[in-house]
Design a protein around this ligand. Structure first.
Ligand SMILES: [Zn+2]
Length: 273
């Protein structure tokens, strides 16, 4: 049985803050464990998660990152190297928040990167963990707490992340989606479907507190397919759609066709427009 959570979307005070745009959203999640998590939508697939003891940043390439206190470590996740998921600006976060770790999918070459940043006086090496598909890594953060990171194989490039931290499970799909394109061959779409189902099988019945999952309008008739399978397979409390190319109407269209998921899908813009 899926447990409901209470989602309090704050009044629009966040949008009035300097530098914030109208696509930014705060959600306060009261988790079953009694802990509170705050989720901020940055842009496209970029999300910022604040737990009671750490910050997690996923697939940042654009948007305003909320202010951070130095006592909480920051973990930055990059699912793959595509420009809509990765911006080398993330390494400048070290200048304002030295307690930062980077979890990078293997398709991001690090050797040259480390050498380049060394020339600028920033030693990235101790901050970077490169991670392969289908693997699990457990890291100890500076606050003494462990974060356990499991990767899935994306159906596009790189990985999806399943993160366990302090009794909270967070999933960020990256570009793991059912990319079923009308113009593609039957074989391509069959392989795509098989690949997506294989990865979703790994999440079957898994309890996930917060998930970030693509809902891409460019897929037209098949835009809902990946999300529906994710909702069907997992026991996920709250799902934040992403990869919408600013066409946020797709969220309402999805819930209108899939009423049973309405309570678990978080709308992004309509709360504020
Ligand atoms: Zn993408």
């Amino acid at each position: 049985m899926v447990s409901l959570v209470c989602l309090d979307l704050l009044a629009c005070t966040c949008c009035q803050r300097k530098g914030y745009n109208d696509t930014l959203m705060y959600g306060l999640l009261h988790l079953e464990s009694g802990e509170i998590m705050q989720v901020t939508y940055l842009y496209h697939s970029g999300y910022f998660v604040e737990t009671e003891t750490a910050y997690l940043l996923f697939d940042y390439y654009k948007g305003t990152i909320p202010e951070m206190v130095e006592e909480k470590p920051l973990v930055v996740f990059v699912s793959h190297s595509h420009v809509d998921h990765y911006n080398r600006e993330i390494y400048h976060l070290l200048e304002i928040h030295p307690d930062t770790r980077y979890i990078l999918a293997k398709d991001i070459p690090t050797k040259k990167l480390i050498a380049e940043w060394k020339e600028q006086g920033i030693d990235l090496e101790p901050h970077i963990t490169s991670i392969r598909k289908n693997t699990t890594e457990s890291l100890e953060l500076s606050n003494g707490k462990r974060i356990c990171i499991t990767t899935l194989k994306s159906t596009d490039a790189g990985v999806a992340y399943l993160v366990d931290y302090e009794n909270q499970t967070i999933y960020h799909a990256g570009d793991l989606n059912l990319w079923y394109w009308e113009g593609e061959s039957k074989q391509y779409n069959d392989n795509m479907t098989k690949g997506y189902l294989r990865e979703m099988e790994k999440l079957r019945n898994k309890h996930i507190d917060v998930a970030f999952v693509p809902l891409d309008p460019r897929l037209e008739l098949h835009a809902f397919d990946g999300m529906k399978i994710f909702m069907e397979y997992t026991d996920c409390q709250q799902v934040y759609p992403m990869h919408m190319w600013e066409d946020y109407r797709i969220i309402q269209e999805f819930v209108a066709c899939n009423e049973k998921y309405r309570k678990r899908i978080v709308d992004i813009v309509s709360k504020y427009t």
